[in-house]
Design a protein around this ligand. Structure first.
Ligand code: FMN
Length: 193
């Protein structure tokens, strides 16, 4: 695993959030780091996060919150918290769930709180909502989230049937994080692209 400027650390139970994570990675030129079904990072995962300039946290919303596997990762990050060694890294977050709301905001707020416990600097969505009469589900940020990226996957949709505009919104979100790194992380200008 090579050191990366942006790391997307995420959990996905059934693959839908993974597809969103992949789009965020594409938009940000970031590296994916999956939390396993047992709530564990792969070998070298903590080192990859330590080397990152921005960490994007991602999880589906299960029962109005992150799944236990993500929480296990978050609790394990208390070792990092003791040292405050993620302090001043950029942070951002995303969640995917079945309903348009589905209490996704609780999940994003939790990801924000995690970042603040680590004294990180939160980057929001930075994208205007598509909320006029003319807006359709095919538009970018139709859900209208500001605090982070929200996507909605119908409960009976396969990974291949996910909403295309959500995938695009995730790429836009990834680009937003990448632009924030360039704007706010001085060392990023020294790292070859
Ligand atoms: C245990 C469980 C709880 C869920 N709770 C919610 C919820 O609170 N709100 C919601 O909108 N969708 C909820 N869902 C739907 C998932 O968020 C949705 O299917 C999502 O696409 C799953 O992502 P994944 O394939 O990455 O696991 C829940 C699904 C499961 C399995």
């Amino acid at each position: 695993m090579s050191a990366s400027k942006i790391v997307i650390v995420f959990h996905s139970g059934y693959g839908h959030t993974r597809k969103i994570a992949e789009a965020v990675a594409e938009g940000s030129s970031g590296e994916l780091l999956a939390i396993s079904s047992e709530g564990e990072l792969p070998a070298g995962g903590w080192e990859l996060l330590q080397a990152a300039q921005a960490i994007v946290f991602g999880a589906p919303t299960y029962m109005g919150m992150v799944p236990w596997q993500f929480k296990k990762f978050a609790d394990a990050s208390s070792k990092v918290w003791f040292e405050q060694s993620w302090k001043d890294k950029l942070a951002a977050g995303f969640t995917n769930s079945a309903s348009m709301s589905g209490d996704k905001l609780l999940t994003l707020h939790y990801l924000f709180a995690l970042s603040q416990q680590h004294s990180m600097l939160w980057v929001g969505a930075g994208t205007m909502p598509s909320n006029t009469k003319a807006a359709t589900r095919n538009d970018i940020n139709y859900i209208g989230s500001f605090c982070g990226l929200m996507t909605a996957t119908p409960a009976d949709a396969s990974v291949d049937e996910m909403v295309p505009s959500d995938i695009e919104t995730a790429k836009v979100f990834g680009r937003r994080v990448a632009e924030a790194v360039v704007a706010f992380v001085p060392e990023s200008r020294l790292v070859p692209a």
